[in-house]
Design a protein around this ligand. Structure first.
Ligand SMILES: Nc1ncnc2c1ncn2[C@@H]1O[C@H](COP(=O)(O)OP(=O)(O)OP(=O)(O)O)[C@@H](O)[C@H]1O
Ligand SMILES: [Mg+2]
Length: 250
């Protein structure tokens, strides 16, 4: 589904990603861990096509297509979804209207008609039930006055509605209480299928008890310095990152 080869990227003259290789197949869950500033959010932004980052070397192949030249919205239409570590507020636009627009934009890009209102309502009902989201919440302005947990829940709701092929969740666990963490993780697990894939970025092993990864990668200074099974996350929780640095000599 996603194949990243020797990816170098950065901003202006600062290089951040220094040769990332990563392959994610359909049906897989990959976790990316690593110290603050190692490039995790940059990697997700580069995959999603955020303009502020410049790719200087390497390639990102999504479903067999080099997506380098595609804009962020075109990538979203192809099924790449990125949750944000710091979500934006849009006053006056409700959660529901935002998602309706996003869905219809994607359909338009595929040459489809707008989703009939009846179907949209049904979908909203189904997904908000799945994620145990209060209907009242759906009529609030996007992210305005949302608590940290509400922002995260809203992102997962967007993901559930859009049904992306590749979902990248950047620190979805930060700010969630235990119940919300469970609900969000359950949502992600229920949406998982053999046709889609998830990349979870997290600092804590805790989330990975709920969303069990097939692979765990450790990013350090713009490179994946170690990959392993979910046990690697346990090891990191116990020992921190220093032993890896020693082991790989960085
Ligand atoms: N737009 C930008 N302009 C300047 N520097 C940037 C920009 N984006 C990222 N960086 C720098 O690149 C490095 C990697 O940042 P990034 O946000 O990818 O780290 P991270 O691994 O997600 O960290 P955290 O765990 O704290 O979220 C940091 O030193 C950061 O300051
Ligand atoms: Mg980050």
């Amino acid at each position: 589904m996603l194949k990243i080869e020797n990816l170098h990227a950065g901003v202006e003259d600062k290089s951040i990603l220094k040769g990332i290789n990563l392959e994610v197949k359909a049906g897989e869950v990959h976790a990316i861990m690593g110290p603050n500033g190692s490039g995790k959010s940059t990697l997700s932004s580069v995959i999603a096509g955020k303009e502020e980052y410049e790719v200087s070397e390497g390639s990102i192949i999504f479903e067999g297509e080099d997506i380098e030249e595609l804009e962020a919205d075109e990538r979203a239409h192809k099924g790449i979804f990125l949750s944000f570590q710091y979500p934006v507020e849009i006053p006056g636009v409700s959660v529901t209207n935002f998602i309706k627009t996003a869905i219809n934009e994607t359909r338009k890009a595929k040459g489809l008609e707008e989703m009939p209102a009846k179907d949209m309502l049904k979908l909203i009902r189904e997904k908000s039930d799945l994620l145990e989201i209060d209907r009242k919440f759906l009529s609030r302005s996007l992210n305005e006055g949302f608590s940290g947990g509400e922002k995260k829940r809203n992102e997962i709701f967007q993901m559930a509605m859009l049904e992306p092929k590749l979902a990248i969740l950047d620190e979805t666990d930060s700010g969630l209480d235990i119940d919300a963490l469970r609900i969000v993780a359950n949502g992600v697990n229920k949406l998982k299928s053999k046709n889609n894939a998830v990349i979870v970025i997290t600092h804590y092993q805790r989330l990975l008890d709920y969303i069990v990864p097939d692979y765990v990668h450790v990013l350090h200074d713009g490179k994946i310095v170690k990959s392993g099974s979910k046990e690697l996350a346990h090891e990191l929780e116990e020992k921190g990152y220093d032993w890896i640095k020693e082991e790989v000599g960085v």
